[in-house]
Design a protein around this ligand. Structure first.
Ligand SMILES: [Cu+2]
Length: 624
């Protein structure tokens, strides 16, 4: 699924890589007099390095005009390219295979790196170098293994010194889809790693080939004859070229180096240092103890501080909602906080709640990926009466476990909801039945109580309004509005749970699932009264909620009706997470009067004011 700009880039990159590889393969076999080992070297490296592999091929190896290959490949820098191609083709194949297998097995990153090194070295030494060298140079297999061991060791060390940090930093970076072999990004990181490895191994390869410790590019007219049979083109200069090819072979076979032992030993030591630094240094910054199973696929918010100690659970907790989990899309016509009509079973009021991941519009053109009850944000309003027996069936369709807590209610402990404390969390696809008798009345809320900082921040909450059996005229109003607050973090098309933590600070704010100017407008007439039930359904901040046009009377706090003597007037009330305030406001003058949070940033949308505000703001429109 293409969810980030890099995904589109990678599709293009791998399309180019496929075309490049097809061309190199076709051209190597059709036109180029390289030994088979080098043909495959270039083909594999082009597969891994895309157009860069093609570039190396046409600049360093592709015979420019018939008969010129011998002359063309002679410069040292091209021989160095050939030697590095050898190394990278074998080593990278081993490393990539090992990386895919270790990711699937879910081994910690630091073990992955060791396995990848061993696999790359083994693959390069035993298969790519020795086997193909043997077929080219003759001698026994073991002789060849011995001969190529030291050059392969040096080259592989530099290769992994370049590739290791690329893998560690990018796989454990912000977008950890890079750890999952089914994601394009994984292969993109591998590609980039091979390019870095090639660059790191190239200088040593130039030296190795100059000192005749490794082979570079060669011309092999015989294999070309073998693969294509006879033809006018192939016979062009045939005999003499073929002879020069043969003489190359015999001289290479007796390849003797003028490198001294101190030179070779020092280079081996330095390459080992480079390898160790490449593997170990990233552990200063990223947590290499984590595995693809721990955090694979998670995309972290920009600005989150991820250090070498950050646990996997912290990362999963703050990770973006996976857009692939979204099962429904709801535009501005959908509404949250809709009253849910219960059915009655044996005198019990039964409500059905179901959690799922949805896309929810908070503004025109602005959608969040939300965790929702019954496909709405806030979840449906549960409305019942003091004395009612209530049953709530909760079915979980989230990609994680959940529970529901009935905030503020007096009920049996087993119905209270905290995950792992009073109940096992509700697994995906299963149902939990909550049942209790309402022995209170007033304004309450329900919300998730499993990974609360993640799930409630993503939308798992709703209002519970419990009617009293006593009718108190002093609590009545002409209009009522229940107002549930929420904070959101939406960046680059992904929704992260907002929280007061590095990189997780919210940039959108909603009342009943909408940011101003998409919030409701409350129509009233002059002289009428309005009861506002403020609900702190948000997680992170205290919102000083203010109503313009004169003070309101606070008549209930946290569901508890205040004694008349305890009621008080105010025009701003701090609504903290979990708190509720019922206030009664009177329309003293006609016009547009605001209800809004008094933290300026909370009345913007991603720091932008639209039509005079944003976020936690709504209008009371009083007609004369
Ligand atoms: Cu606020």
């Amino acid at each position: 699924m293409l969810i980030q700009p890099i995904d589109y880039f990678l599709v293009a990159w791998f399309a180019l890589a496929a075309v490049s590889t097809a061309y190199v393969g076709w051209d190597q076999y059709r036109n180029n007099p390289e030994p088979v080992v080098m043909k495959w070297g270039f083909i594999l490296v082009t597969l891994y390095m895309g157009p860069l592999g093609l570039l190396l091929y046409v600049l360093a190896d592709k015979e420019p005009r018939p008969g010129e290959h011998e002359q063309f490949i002679r410069p040292l820098w091209k021989q160095g390219v050939g030697s590095t191609i050898h190394c990278v083709a074998g080593d990278a194949t081993g490393i990539i295979l090992a990386a895919a297998v270790t990711a699937i097995l879910g081994l910690p990153m630091w073990i992955d790196l060791i396995v990848e090194y061993v696999a790359g070295f083994t693959f390069g030494l035993l298969i790519f170098q020795s086997l193909f060298m043997k077929s080219m140079m003759g001698g026994t297999y073991l002789q060849n293994v011995r001969k190529v061991f030291m050059p392969e060791f040096i080259s592989m060390n530099f290769m992994m010194a370049g590739m290791g940090p690329v893998m560690s930093f990018l796989m454990m970076g912000r977008d950890m889809r890079a750890m999952v072999p089914t994601a394009l990004l994984f292969w993109g990181v591998m590609s980039l790693g091979v390019i870095a490895g090639f660059a790191a191994a190239y200088p040593a390869n130039v030296w190795l080939v100059a000192r005749r410790l490794k082979h570079g590019l060669m011309t092999d007219r015989s294999s070309k004859h073998a693969s294509h049979g006879s033809g006018a083109h192939q016979h062009h200069g045939g005999d003499s070229q073929s002879q020069s090819g043969d003489s190359d072979h015999s001289s290479a076979h007796e390849m003797s180096s003028d490198a001294t032992r101190p030179q070779i030993v020092t280079l081996a030591v330095v390459s080992t240092c480079a390898l160790v630094i490449g593997l170990v240094a990233p552990a200063n910054w990223v947590n290499l103890r984590l595995s693809a199973h721990d955090v694979g696929g998670a995309i972290m918010p920009p600005g989150m501080i991820m250090d070498r100690n950050t646990p996997a659970q912290a990362m999963r907790d703050m990770a973006a909602v996976d857009p692939r989990d979204v099962v429904g899309r709801f535009d501005l016509n959908a509404r949250g906080d809709r009253e849910l009509t219960p059915r009655t079973e044996g005198g019990v009021k039964v409500f059905d709640l179901e959690t799922s991941v949805i896309q929810w519009a908070i503004l025109p053109g602005v959608m969040v990926d939300a965790y929702a009850f019954n496909s709405q944000v806030p979840g449906p309003r549960l409305h019942f009466r003091h004395g009612d027996r209530v049953r709530i069936n909760v079915t979980n369709r989230l990609p994680e476990t959940t529970t529901v807590h009935w905030h503020g209610l007096i009920l049996p402990n087993v119905m209270d909801g905290p995950a792992h404390i009073t109940q096992e969390p509700i697994e995906n696809g299963t149902l939990y039945r909550y049942e209790f008798t309402a022995v209170q009345s007033g304004t309450y809320l329900y919300h998730t109580h499993d990974h609360v900082d993640r799930q409630q921040s993503l939308g798992l909450y709703g209002a519970m309004i419990i009617d009293s059996n006593e009718d108190d005229p002093s609590l009545r109003a002409d209009h009522e509005y229940t107002l549930l607050l929420q904070e959101w973090l939406l960046r680059e098309g992904l929704t992260y749970p907002a929280m007061p933590m590095d990189g997780a600070m919210p940039n959108y704010f909603t009342i009943n699932g909408r940011a101003f100017p998409a919030t409701d407008t409350i129509p009233m007439r002059l002289g009428e009264t309005l009861k506002v039930r403020f609900v702190g359904s948000n997680n992170g901040f205290i919102h000083p909620m203010h109503i313009h046009g004169g003070p309101f009377r606070v008549v209930a706090v946290d569901g508890q009706t205040l004694e008349p003597s305890a009621r008080y007037d105010a025009d701003t009330i701090n609504v903290g997470p979990g708190q509720r305030f019922d206030v009664i406001w009177k329309a003293r003058n006609p016009g547009k009067w605001l209800i809004h949070c008094h933290i300026g940033h909370h009345t913007t949308n991603n720091n932008v004011e639209m039509q005079g505000g944003g976020g936690l703001m709504m209008i009371i429109n009083v007609a004369p």
